[in-house]
Ligand binder design. Structure first.
Ligand SMILES: [Zn+2]
Length: 188
């Protein structure tokens, strides 16, 4: 049995037939007579938005942090004098904040520091990559390339991915709408 949907133009005139897979069609029969009363075509499955992985989540946050650091100049900031921050831009880069604790803190966390931390975090994420589950390990799922161990006799100790290292990296972003609660579950 083959099914087709009649395509019509704006005036309702048939202009062609589109085949419909038989498994997408339910035949509706009249309850009393058993005669075919019509056909129900199942709507195509709506594509579900693939859940973002922890790696994708972290890389997106890092990219945002990196963009902000570059936007802010990507450079070294210093405390020019007590309570005065120098962001290295002349002549507008001198900001009298009046509190040396604040200016020292901001200077310590300048764009150069943020860019270095973005780089370090990317390298950590690269190390803790997701590997397909080794065949000898059942029901573990993917394992962490860095945290899992394999031994000469072929014995593998798999640490499920995402490992605690990646979960911890994501914790500062816990309030982000894309953060998934399960990333905090089962952390040691
Ligand atoms: Zn790991």
């Amino acid at each position: 049995m083959s099914y087709h949907k009649v395509e019509r133009d704006n005036d309702g005139r048939p202009i062609g037939l589109t085949p419909i897979a038989p498994e997408d069609v339910t035949v509706v029969r009249d309850g009393a007579t058993g005669e075919i009363a019509g056909y129900l075509v199942h709507p195509p499955p709506t594509p579900t938005v693939a859940a973002v992985t922890l790696t994708e989540f972290l890389l997106a946050r890092i990219a945002e942090d990196e963009a902000a650091a570059k936007e802010a100049g990507g450079n070294v900031w210093t405390e020019q004098s007590s309570g005065v921050l120098d962001t290295g831009e002349w002549p507008d880069g001198v900001h009298a904040l009046g509190d040396s604790r604040v200016t020292r803190f901001i200077a310590e966390h300048d764009p150069v520091r943020v860019l270095a931390e973005c780089d370090a975090k990317r390298r950590i994420i690269e190390l803790h990559a997701s590997l397909p589950q080794p065949p000898m390990l059942r029901a573990v799922g993917n394992v962490c390339a860095e945290c899992s161990s394999s031994f000469e006799d072929g014995h593998v100790e798999g640490v499920a991915w995402p490992c605690d290292t990646l979960r911890l990296l994501a914790l500062p972003y816990v309030d982000h709408p894309d953060y998934r609660k399960e990333w905090a579950d089962g952390m040691r």
